[in-house]
Structures are given as C-alpha cells and as structure tokens.
Design a protein around this ligand. Structure first.
Ligand code: ADP
Length: 303
C-alpha cells in the first residue's frame, strides 16, 4: 500500500520524540527512505499550516553533513517527513565496545558534525537538540545531522517522556538557567558534550534533573564566577550555587591531545557570548594538526 501515491511502507525503525519512524521505498526514485510520522496532537490544523511553511524552509537546506528532507506532506492528520535513509548513528558507535575509535576517527566525526552545524548557523537555523543519536551515519560513512529545526517548529520535545531525558545531558548552562534569548552557542555546547563523549566513550555530564545537570557541569568546570559570565545572575532561573573549584580538564580527559583539549575548553566556555563559534571551531588548529581526520569511508562502523 502506497502512502501519498509514492512511498511503499516497510518496517518500523523506531519511535522518536515526535512519533513513529518507518522505512519506505520511494517509488519515484527507487531510493530507500525513512519517513517520520509526526503526531500533530493537540495543535492539529493550526500548527499544521505554520509547520508546513517552516518545513518548506528546511527543504532548502542542502549540505553533505545534514540529512536531506526529501518530501513533506500531511496525511490522515499526521505530518509525514521523508528523509534519506541512514544505516546507523553516532550513539550506536560510541556504545559499541567492539569499536575502537582512534584520535583521527574522533577528529573526523567532530569535523563532520561541526561542518553540518556551520551550514545551518550560516542560514540562521539552530538545531537545539543535538545528541549522538541525532547524528546519523550513512552507508558511505558520512555523518549527517538529523532533526534540524524541528525543536523550534514543533516545540521543545516534552522532557517528561522517558526517552527524552538524555537530551538534558547536552543542554547548555544558559538553557538550564532558563534563558529565552539563546543562540547558536547552545549547539556549540552540545557539540562539546558529544566531543567529550567520543573521547570518554560514555556520556560526559549525566545529570538526573536540570538542577543536577548544572551541578554536574559546575563540578567539571568549577562554579562560574560573575567575571567569567557577567549576564548569568540576570537569567530567569538563576540560583546561587555553592562554589566548587574546577579540576583540570587534563585530569578529566587524560588521553586527549593538547589541541583537542584546547578546542574542548573553548567550546565549554560558560558565557555564551564568549563561547567559540562553530566556524571558529572548524578553523582551530586541532583540525589542521596531525593526525588528519579519517576519510568517512574508512571510519569504523557497527556490523
Ligand atoms: P529521537 O526523536 O528520539 O531522536 P527519531 O525520531 O529521530 O528519534 O528516530 C526514531 C528512530 O528512527 C531511531 O531509532 C532512529 O535510529 C530511526 N531513524 C530516524 N531517522 C532515520 C533515518 N533517516 N534513517 C534511518 N533510521 C532513522
């Protein structure tokens, strides 16, 4: 049975933040695709209209490191988003104990992540929900960012859903303090958490609540001083935390190179205004020094 007279439905791939994702064949091109069925729920038709207009903009985003939105259409009260099919994701790679990640592999994954982000930030689109399972890996080894812009269109995913708690681990401190004027720096913080996770092979800052998340951040980097982040005390949910000094980054990442550590610390800058931009991060010497990033086709992948 065809959907929208074009897609042959195959098996369900999983359940995501916004709804079920299933595999399908695009009869127009023969390409395998992933279709994300988004429940419009309580919003229904009103949001449907705005969402479709916004999604038109996402269709304009074409970059080797961003998953392509092939098609979008409403069907039986759900919005269907058609994406290119991807074999795996970075979470599966980080978790697979049989996979060894060399410093060159980590550099390659980070470079592809930041290139995808740079393209979007250039177009003034934020991701807002960066996490390893949103970084999909294609058959050719290319890493592509998924779910771009969806957080803004459909609202922040409901944190009460259990499968969403992981997203907290990638949240920037300004978001945890309730800022309403966040910018592209939130994606840089999340990318830093992913960088740390590639180095440690486990999520770096695993908070069990938003308060605990800030506690974990402060325990790693020291409580921010007002001189480090002057705007902090004016944030809506700001509360004073007991001062804790920071251990050295070196002690937290004993295996990282000096270049990797320098870039990591610039991405983990507290003040979003002082945090390194994605473009600056790509120009950091970490990416030009040896070892060169592994070519995508040569990257390790799950069996
Ligand atoms: P979440 O919202 O929790 O990030 P998603 O909605 O992105 O989850 O995805 C749900 C499931 O569908 C996941 O198991 C994911 O691996 C799979 N999936 C999502 N997009 C694709 C794709 N383009 N190709 C293959 N599988 C995908």
């Amino acid at each position: 049975k065809k959907v929208a007279d074009r897609y042959l439905k195959r098996e369900v791939l999983g359940e995501g933040t916004y709804g079920v994702v299933y595999k399908a064949i695009d009869t127009k091109t023969g390409q395998t695709v992933a279709i994300k069925k988004i429940r419009l729920g309580k919003y229904k038709e009103g949001v449907n209209f705005t969402a479709l207009r916004e999604i038109k903009l996402l269709k304009e985003i074409k970059d080797p490191n961003i998953i392509e939105l092939i098609d979008a259409f409403p069907h039986k009260g759900n919005l269907h988003l058609v994406f290119e099919f991807m074999e795996s994701d970075l979470e599966a790679i980080v978790r697979d104990r049989n996979i060894v990640l060399s410093p060159a592999d980590i550099k390659s994954f980070m470079q592809m992540t930041l290139k995808g982000l740079a393209y979007c930030h250039k177009k003034w689109v934020l991701h807002r929900d960066m996490k390893p399972n949103n970084l999909l890996i294609g058959a050719d080894g290319q890493l592509k960012l998924a779910d771009f812009g969806l957080a803004r269109i459909f609202g922040s995913p409901d944190r009460k859903f259990t499968h969403q708690v992981f997203a907290r681990w990638y949240r920037a401190p300004e978001l945890l303090f309730g800022t309403k004027q966040y910018g592209s720096a939130v994606d840089v913080w999340a990318a830093a958490c992913i960088f740390a996770e590639l180095l440690l092979r486990r999520p770096f800052l695993q908070g069990s609540s938003d308060i605990d998340q800030l506690g974990k951040i402060f325990a790693a980097f020291g409580t921010p001083k007002p001189s480090q982040w002057p705007d902090m005390i004016y944030l809506p949910d700001y509360v004073e935390y007991q001062y804790v000094p920071s251990p050295s980054l070196r002690s937290l990442f004993p295996m990282a190179s000096d270049d990797a550590l320098d870039l990591l610390s610039k991405m983990f800058t507290y003040d979003p205004k002082a945090r390194i931009s994605v473009q600056q991060a790509l120009e950091h010497r970490y990416f030009s020094s040896v070892p060169a990033p592994t070519k995508p086709v040569l990257l390790p992948r799950p069996p």
